[in-house]
Design a protein around this ligand. Sequence first.
Ligand SMILES: *Cc1c(COP(=O)(O)O)cnc(C)c1O
Length: 502
Amino acid sequence: MTRALRETRLESEPSQTLDPKDWNEVRALGHRMLDDMIDHVAGIRERPVWQPIPDAIRSRFRDGLPKSPSELNDVYREFSDCIAPYATGNVHPGFMGWVHGGGSVVGMLAEMLAAGLNANLGGRDHVPIEVERQIVLWMRELFGFPGTASGIFVTGTSMANLMAVLVARTAALGVSVRQRGVRDEGAALTAYTSKAAHGCIAKAMDIAGLGSDALRSVEVDQSHRIDVAALRARIAGDRAAGLTPFLVVASAGTVDIGAIDDLAAIGALCAEENLWFHVDGAFGALGMLSPVLAPLLSGIEQANSIALDFHKWGQVPYDAGFLLVRDGERHRAAFAQPAAYLRRESRGLAAGSLWPCDFGPDLSRGFRALKTWFTLKTYGTEKLGAMIARTCALAGYLEARILAEPRLELLAPVNLNIVCFRYRSADANRVNGEIVIDIQETGISAPSTTMLDGQLAIRAAIVNHRTDTCDLDALIAAVLEFGARHASASEAPEIEAPPLAL
Ligand SMILES: *Cc1c(COP(=O)(O)O)cnc(C)c1O
């Protein structure tokens, strides 16, 4: 201990606790914050979806580290004036840009309760961990996994996919890989996914030390589903070349157009070839909550592991990703580590092993489970499933409006809740890019773009439970208006091209 520390005189120092002097004052302000935030969500339609950040606002966030205290009131005012109005916009029903959930007031309140408890879910014996375990139990039930399956909350599906790659790697090479590193056997490992898969899978291979080159991007069919015959041929080719195929990552809802791979066929192929079968079900896996959508996911119950996000279709506030692993022992073998300070006991606070820290890279972890638990319990799976199915019905409505409008062109089949289309124009990529930015900047709606076969598509992903037909009508009207403005008079739209045959 340094002298300065030793000489800090406890009696003469005023109390340094961070608790307020006047609890009633903070209570009143807290109630106001709660009221304001409830108003913010309840009145979300009256505001723009998103607005560009003024320079004066942005520059406030370049100020240095605050040394002296400020009144909570003033800090809260800064939040209300400078932060809240310039958020992403995914709470708004007009947000369709990326696969973002809308959140809910139930999740928001639960997040406040979780912050009050300030529980650390790395381990030890307390009910917050039982809440997380109950969600593991519910996910086993939803996906038809056995009682020995394990699960864990993580930030998001990017992390869950990375962890699945690590579990599959350890299963393929044996636990000694954790001491020895991947070495030569690791260099021979190859994994497979489709060209339409999310980029985080290549990143996971990279971070896992296996290299993104070891991930084969297999061709897709017309509907963006992996070509299972091509997958089989690719595996055989790699085996013939002396490589060691170990993992197939199937997509249950691609991010571009919402395609779901043929999970049953991939499951059968993986069983035959003795490969780890992982499903990236970031948003699509929760389609299991809807009896209408669940058949599309048939085969998911055969997976060795599933990554999913409660913060997308599940509407749980960010962040709430989840990994479910069929063989809990294999999952544990990839991450558990002995440490003196993490000693387990059969009673007392250090009881209740196994702990979540045995199933992932994190030690300290927040109580993500609580907002998910509140969401599932308050709404129930039937209502959540119906809400999810409704976003797909809304995509169908948008598709029908596009097919009925000669100035618009559908660019991909509508599988689930994602619609890709464009305004017809001779200079379509430029015009549609401009249209999307204009719509975002006016705050009417927030679509995004994607490239499909060299064609720039306006992409509307309907994920938010608040989105309704009026929001889709507003999007169409805005696309037509800005489209007419950007397509110059000389380039009359070519309307002879038929809509995409589905
Ligand atoms: C969103 C998404 C991811 C990434 O998940 P995060 O929660 O953003 O980390 C991966 N795959 C698919 C298909 C996604 O939609």
